[in-house]
Design a protein around this ligand. Structure first.
Ligand SMILES: Cc1cc2nc3c(=O)[nH]c(=O)nc-3n(C[C@H](O)[C@H](O)[C@H](O)COP(=O)(O)OP(=O)(O)OC[C@H]3O[C@@H](n4cnc5c(N)ncnc54)[C@H](O)[C@@H]3O)c2cc1C
Length: 321
């Protein structure tokens, strides 16, 4: 039985937890956020709720497909029966996309809560600022100078920029330091009446927006009319430090323009800046391992910038222990 700490309870960390707990390891997770899920986040404001980060899960890998099907049987995910539209300068048309998309029910974070269950302990709202390796053990310290451990092994599941300060001089830093992540401004809107449009989801071009989706068209959501609007990465990068009010207005306007509708009063809204949204050049390594220190690093940026990539990365990290 090994005592393993995982810093970061995103999909990769939760995937590692799943594999490690099946092998009888005792796993403790830490996350700086109030809950688990990382970029698989949901947001609630008043009666409105949205999936604020990852919008859906799709599978290419056979093992991940089996896992998704199992989650579906367990009632943790449902199929989102949607055919996205394409919106560009020429107008709105249905795409020929036949992808099967799954979503956590009744929100994306609900899946992360289920995946967290095997943890021996979970410390939310705990930002780890230092990981120190003694001769054979790891000791962790948070920003309030609280200490945790000892642990036999450590898995770091954070974006690369947040992993670097935690590596305690491991040689893994060299592989990580050049991995770049792009930002994504995300606007969440709620309306007191349905927006009349055939569109439930769309890939958008020729606009500040890359993706928009009617959140309440997903299975088991509240009935409140809610939309998720994600800016494209180039626009988000250009506007990364722009005043929030300017970003909000620009994206709201781009949303109405894209759908070709007007006259809808926004009842609730939320604007979020994902600073580390997607990796530009993932490592294609799966995960990284420093055997001398019993340290693994995982995350979507080690493989592919999707939930599937994160899950596979977490499985690989767990396989080292
Ligand atoms: C806007 C947006 C839309 C997306 N849409 C999709 C989609 O539709 N489909 C899809 O498959 N993928 C999508 N993705 C990508 C997907 O969300 C990610 O690939 C996946 O969630 C990454 O998981 P992860 O575990 O690698 O990292 P993360 O989810 O980022 O988890 C890392 C965790 O580490 C924590 N952390 C960081 N530093 C510390 C610290 N010092 N101490 C403690 N905790 C720390 C963070 O709080 C976070 O919870 C989207 C991403 C974004 C941002």
């Amino acid at each position: 039985m090994t005592r393993i700490a995982i810093v970061g309870a995103g999909m990769a960390g939760l995937s590692a937890l799943d594999a490690l707990s099946k092998h009888g390891h005792v796993v403790t997770l830490f996350d700086k956020s109030r809950g688990s899920g990382g970029r698989m986040a949901s947001k609630k404001v008043g009666d409105a709720s949205w999936d604020m980060g990852a919008q859906f899960i799709r599978a290419h890998d056979a093992e991940f497909m089996r896992t998704l099907k199992q989650w579906q049987v367990q009632g943790w995910v449902g199929e989102w029966k949607v055919t996205p539209h394409m919106i560009d300068a020429e107008g709105i048309r249905l795409s020929d996309d036949e992808v099967t998309r799954y979503v956590g029910v009744s929100r994306m974070t609900a899946l992360s809560r289920q995946l967290l269950v095997p943890a021996s302990e979970f410390f939310p709202s705990t930002r780890i600022v230092s990981c120190q390796r003694t001769d054979s053990e790891w000791l962790l310290t948070d920003e309030n100078n609280q200490h945790y451990g000892p642990f036999d092994s450590l898995i770091i599941n954070t974006p690369p920029q947040q992993a670097l300060p935690l590596l305690d001089n491991s040689h893994l830093a060299a592989a990580i330091k050049d991995v770049k992540m792009l930002p994504c401004w995300t606007l969440l809107l709620a309306f007191s009446k349905p927006v009349e449009s055939p569109v439930n989801a769309a890939f958008v071009h020729d606009s500040a927006i890359a993706w928009l989706a009617r959140n309440n068209s997903k299975p088991q959501r509240d009935a409140t009319e809610t939309w998720v609007i994600q800016a494209n990465h180039a626009w988000s990068q250009e506007q990364v430090d722009a005043p929030r009010e300017d970003v909000l207005q620009a994206l709201e306007q781009a949303f109405f323009t894209a759908l070709g509708v007007q006259g809808y009063a926004v009842s609730e809204h939320w604007l979020h800046r994902w600073l580390y949204a997607v990796p530009t050049t993932p490592l294609d390594a799966g995960a990284l391992f420093d055997a001398n220190r019993q340290l693994a690093v995982c995350g979507d940026w080690c493989l592919r910038g999707t939930l599937e990539g994160a899950w596979l990365s977490g499985q690989q990290a767990a396989s080292y222990f």
